[in-house]
Design a protein around this ligand. Structure first.
Ligand code: SAH
Length: 263
């Protein structure tokens, strides 16, 4: 019987993978991977069979139960089975369903962490999630309803209570997210940053306010994976490498090759 490794692939850039993850990919006989995993990362698993089981918003997905079963079956055949997930496996990645199913089937499971999107996005815009005197609590939240028992606006409580919030799977419904947070008591002027494709050459970001978020998201055609960052720390987005801008406007940051972001 083999072992299933739930491995974090990081936020996108292939060199943001841990050495442990790279070694496991090298050893793997089979890799089940998400849609967002970079081809160069997959290429590390040069002697493995690659199977895409990714779930992407609005796209056809492979049912979770079917993925669980395939992982169990693979562990019966191969010594090293890698389940490669974007970012970190333990955050918004349905790791628990897989851990529980594998454990119930008596399959050993090992988790290898990865750089989650919130951290890559913070690096991208050069703004710290925590900041002395401004933010000492950070919440990772999603408006996405994961189960029937999740109440629709449950997620807003934690966001309102935290100094800084990072919202996953939220950019596609930016208008509704902004409305829900304001209805829950957040000030319309609350600073917001949006970062798309963090860590990749196609990374883009803009700054806005809660009140303007819906319109800004529409203007900039949010597509691709993006996080919405909310909190006072985003009031000053003038860190190294980021063109300083007035909080009210979006800024255009230019990639090394001169191409403007969000164009
Ligand atoms: N386990 C992953 C999250 C999976 S949920 C992690 O730890 O990062 C998918 C969501 O992650 C997307 O909807 C988006 O909000 C966020 N995301 C993933 N990659 C991203 C990237 N490169 N830049 C910005 N957001 C990203």
């Amino acid at each position: 019987m083999g072992t299933v490794y739930l491995v974090g692939a990081g936020p996108g850039a292939p060199d943001l993978l841990t050495l442990r993850a790279a070694e496991l990919l090298r050893q793997a006989q089979i890799v089940f991977h998400d849609a967002l995993v970079h081809p160069a990362t997959l290429a590390l698993a040069s002697s493995a069979q690659h199977i895409a089981v990714g779930k992407r918003c609005g796209k056809l997905s492979v049912a979770q139960r079917f993925i669980n079963k395939r992982l169990i079956d693979a562990a019966g055949k191969y010594e090293t089975v890698v389940r490669l997930k974007g970012g970190d496996p333990m955050l918004f990645a349905r790791a628990q369903e897989e851990i529980d199913a594998l454990s119930a089937a008596g399959v050993p499971v090992v988790v290898v962490p990865g750089v989650t999107a919130a951290l890559a996005a913070s690096a991208e815009i050069g703004v710290s999630l925590s900041r002395r005197g401004v933010s000492r609590s950070v919440v990772f939240a999603t408006p996405r309803v994961g189960a029937e028992e999740d109440a629709d606006d449950d997620w807003t409580r934690a966001v309102v209570a935290a100094d800084t919030a990072v919202l996953y799977m939220a950019a596609g419904q930016a208008q509704a997210v902004a409305a829900a947070l304001q209805a829950a008591g957040m000030r319309p002027e609350t600073p917001v940053a949006v970062v798309r494709n963090a860590s990749l050459p196609t990374a883009r970001s803009f700054h806005t306010s809660l009140a303007e978020l819906g319109a800004a998201a529409e203007q900039w055609h949010l597509s691709g994976p993006a996080v919405i960052l909310v909190g006072e720390v985003y009031k000053q987005a003038d860190a190294a490498g980021v063109a300083a801008s007035e909080f009210s406007g979006e800024h255009e940051r230019h990639a090394a090759d001169g191409t403007a972001w969000w164009r």
